[in-house]
Design a protein around this ligand. Structure first.
Ligand code: C2E
Ligand code: MG
Ligand code: MG
Ligand code: MG
Length: 281
């Protein structure tokens, strides 16, 4: 029944609005305590070179495990963290954790791989972002070439000093990639001016390779364009051997997805360091 008091200007009352708001507030309060309570953890997802079948990198994907609510997906808490500014301490913690983990693998004697870390727009816009990165690399002892920052096209649009930040990071030896490439509605012209190493084909395209001919065309066009611009290209969301085979034929450089592994805890990465991930690359 319509509740008189709760009526808004449009004359209707939607209890789910209140619910939404109070759910968000509860989440926000939880998020504020999450760092100090050690509730975040980082999972790692293997990235494979399609030509050699070897592990060449991992992507750090953050999970929030609340003692009562269980695991909260980054799709839910990252936007809230961005809105509240909590992404700054959280993002810094993730970056430190991921770099330290990568260095630890190297110390254990594994062949070095790249660690890809997602960076949100708000983090990247911080005037001291480069200092934070430099500081973390120094503290963890990780060489800059083993760090890759995954940026989105929105960062390029949002940030006035994005290009100078990118150049500084590039000069330090840090790799830069564009995540979810092709979903950001931005002009392609940034590709010629920004010092980017890699394009990541969004999983929405990969998923539909055999479902929609247009997605297949987009995937192969992105691969060709990347190569013509001397960029590397990685496909995310690879779930089947057919998708992998398609990418191989189109000469995509790298792949990542459930076909190889879901994001896993650091301890479970060990077997992936030894193994050849594609039998006949
Ligand atoms: P993303 O960076 O594009 O990461 C890829 C997402 O796809 C991850 O979801 C991953 O678990 C999932 N995925 C990987 N392979 C497959 C596959 O084969 N099939 C399907 N269906 N999904 C696959 P996740 O871990 O839930 O992360 C979602 C998004 O949250 C990420 O998208 C990224 O934008 C953001 N995110 C995660 N961790 C962080 C972080 O530490 N900082 C920031 N700023 N953002 C993060
Ligand atoms: Mg990513
Ligand atoms: Mg992505
Ligand atoms: Mg994404």
């Amino acid at each position: 029944r319509v509740k008189e008091q709760g009526k808004n200007d449009f004359g209707f009352y939607a209890p789910e609005m209140d619910e939404e708001i109070s759910k968000k507030m509860t989440l926000e309060i939880g998020l504020r305590k999450a760092l100090q309570n050690n509730e975040f953890t980082v999972l790692y997802q293997p990235q494979i070179n399609i030509d050699t079948g070897k592990l060449i990198g991992v992507e750090a994907l953050t999970r929030w495990i609340h003692p009562e609510w269980g695991t909260i997906s980054p799709a839910e808490f990252i936007p809230l963290a961005e809105e509240t500014g909590l992404i700054l301490p959280i993002g810094e913690w993730v970056l430190y954790e991921a770099c330290a983990q990568n260095k630890a693998w190297q110390n254990e004697g594994h062949s070095p791989v790249r660690m890809a870390v997602n960076i949100s727009s708000r983090q990247f816009q911080q005037l001291n972002f480069v200092d934070t990165v430099r500081d973390i690399l120094q503290k963890t002892g990780l060489a800059p070439m083993y760090l890759e920052l995954e940026l989105t096209e929105s960062i390029i649009q949002d940030s006035l000093h994005a290009i100078s930040t990118m150049h500084t990071l590039k000069e330090m030896g840090v790799h830069l990639s564009i995540d979810d490439f092709g979903t950001g509605y931005s002009s392609l012209s940034y590709l010629k001016t920004f010092p980017i190493d890699t394009l990541k084909i969004d999983q929405a395209f990969t998923r539909n390779i055999f479902i929609d001919q247009k997605d297949a065309s987009l995937v192969s066009t992105i691969i060709n364009m990347a190569h013509n611009l001397e960029l590397k290209v990685i496909a995310e969301g690879v779930e089947t051997s057919e998708q992998l085979h398609f990418l191989q034929q189109k000469r995509c450089n790298e792949a990542q997805g459930y076909f190889f592994s879901r994001p896993i805890p650091a301890e479970e990465m060990n077997s992936f360091f030894q193994q050849q991930m594609i039998a006949n690359p």
